[in-house]
Design a protein around this ligand. Structure first.
Ligand code: ACO
Length: 432
């Protein structure tokens, strides 16, 4: 990053400021407002951080206008086609693709940390069977901070790496057990002879009663979904992880907060909401009715899986998934999947509609992922849990990056106060 020049600001009342401007490797230039308050006595106001860079990062880059997503400089489409999830995880964490030996060691180290402390299962057992898997994941991941508290020094890079490996390794076990618990089946322990996605599918669907063989096509499709969800710059859940981590809190607590943030329907919860919406639409002829509702300012309904804060073009992850949906469904013998047919028609009509064109609303990653997951037999309630599982890689990479950043400070935004001015206390008998 270089500091190329500065911006001079002048405002009413003779306010003057000279602020440095930074150039990243890609993307818009950034005005450094850190000295703004000292120079002018004013804050900036940016609810939702629409124009604010909260940190420097070298992990993921999005060109929202062109619809490009890069992990450490590599296009997402290329990684989805040529790489696999653990290799991509290595890339995201360490900045380079692994060589053969690094790759094998990384796979080994992740594989051999997949078991949960036996005591953890009692946390699951404290929940109602109908609890949402995301609620269980928040609780169980948060509880890991109690299991790994004494021996964790967040200032020590080696300790941070152990926490990173543990988190990535244990997430599939936690997610699969959340599902097993909801259906009243015994927990299935991880198996070290299986690949990452394969092992997750096995823990989801195997029972102790008989041999369960994981379909390699499904494992490959799920692995690809994991790659596409692995990181996405400073989104709400990643910013949550950074904010919590900035206080020096346990990374397990930070990831639990990230999972909570991801759960909302405006973020990762949208993949579940898309499938529920497609169910509600039911038939292609009802699409115009739902589009009219999405466009109606007086109706809170939004087209789920459409629109994005950063992408003002087709989300490249949605493009990969749309193609993947056709392949996976054909392999599963579901060439005529009614939900996929409604989704494609909905997309076609929406993209031709002036409302969506004017606002640059395109399908996002959640639009097609749920259809693929459902076709694979994964229950709707698990969709966001799977998103969380994959995003754990990005969360941990961003947390590690933050902890190494010499400019890192506790995250503490300012505010535009609009409450009452100072006033004297009113005794009870004098209150109206
Ligand atoms: N359906 C209908 N209208 C929409 C939609 C939508 N899905 N998304 C945005 N709009 C409209 C808004 O009503 C607004 O219109 P207006 O200018 O007339 O008021 C305009 O487009 C801009 O929308 P904002 O809400 O200001 O955009 P923002 O960047 O804050 O929100 C978000 C982005 C939250 C993703 C939004 O597009 C949305 O709610 N989409 C549906 C939920 C969804 O799919 N979320 C997943 C996002 S991807 C992810 O997190 C993994």
């Amino acid at each position: 990053m270089s500091e190329t020049n500065s911006v001079r600001l002048s405002g009413p009342g003779g306010i003057e400021a000279e602020l440095p401007v930074h150039d990243g490797t890609l993307g818009p230039r950034v005005m450094d407002v850190r000295r703004l308050y000292a120079q002018t006595g004013m804050f900036t106001y940016d609810p939702g951080f629409t124009s604010t860079a909260s940190c420097r990062s070298g992990i993921t880059y999005i060109d929202g206008d062109a619809g490009i997503l890069l992990y450490r400089g590599y296009r997402i489409e290329e990684l989805a086609e040529k790489s696999d999830f653990l290799e991509t995880a290595y890339l995201i964490l360490f900045g380079e693709l692994p060589n053969g030996a690094q790759r094998l060691k990384f796979i080994h180290d992740i594989t051999y940390h997949t078991m949960l402390h036996e005591q953890v299962q009692f946390l699951f057992r404290g929940f109602r069977r109908d609890a949402h898997p995301m609620a269980l994941m928040i609780a169980v991941v948060g509880a890991l901070s109690a299991f790994y508290h004494e021996d964790l020094d967040v200032e020590d890079p080696h300790h941070r790496m152990i926490a990173t490996y543990r988190m990535i390794a244990k997430m599939p076990t936690i997610a699969a057990w959340a599902y097993k618990y909801s259906i009243g089946q015994p927990f299935v322990y991880p198996r070290n002879d299986l690949g990452y996605a394969e092992n997750f599918i096995h823990m989801m669907f195997a029972t102790p009663c008989e041999e369960y063989r994981v379909d390699p096509v499904l494992a490959k499709a799920l692995d690809r979904i994991f790659i596409l969800h692995a990181d996405h710059e400073q989104n709400a859940s990643t910013s949550t992880v950074r904010l919590v981590g900035s206080t020096g809190a346990s990374p397990y607590a930070a990831i639990a907060a990230g999972i909570a943030s991801l759960w909302g329907p405006a973020h990762g919860g949208a993949n579940e909401a898309v499938v529920l919406m497609l169910d509600e639409i039911g038939t292609v002829d009802r699409i115009p009715e739902f589009l009219a509702r999405a466009k109606d300012r007086n109706d809170p309904f939004r087209l789920m899986g459409f629109g994005h804060r950063v992408y003002k073009n087709y989300d490249p992850r949605a493009a990969v998934l749309k193609q993947s949906a056709d392949q996976v469904l054909a392999t599963l013998g579901q060439k005529h999947n009614p939900k996929l047919e409604i989704a494609k028609e909905l997309e076609k009509i929406a993209l031709e509609d002036e409302y969506f064109q004017e606002r640059k609303l395109f399908p996002n990653v959640d639009f097609y992922s749920g259809i693929i997951l459902e076709a694979m037999g994964i229950p709707t309630k698990m969709f966001t849990a799977i998103f969380a599982l994959a995003r754990t890689v990005g969360w941990m990479a961003q947390w590690n990056e933050m902890m190494l950043d010499p400019e890192q400070k506790i995250g503490r935004p300012r505010q535009l106060y609009v409450g009452p001015g100072e006033r004297p206390f009113v005794p009870l008998e004098e209150r109206p």
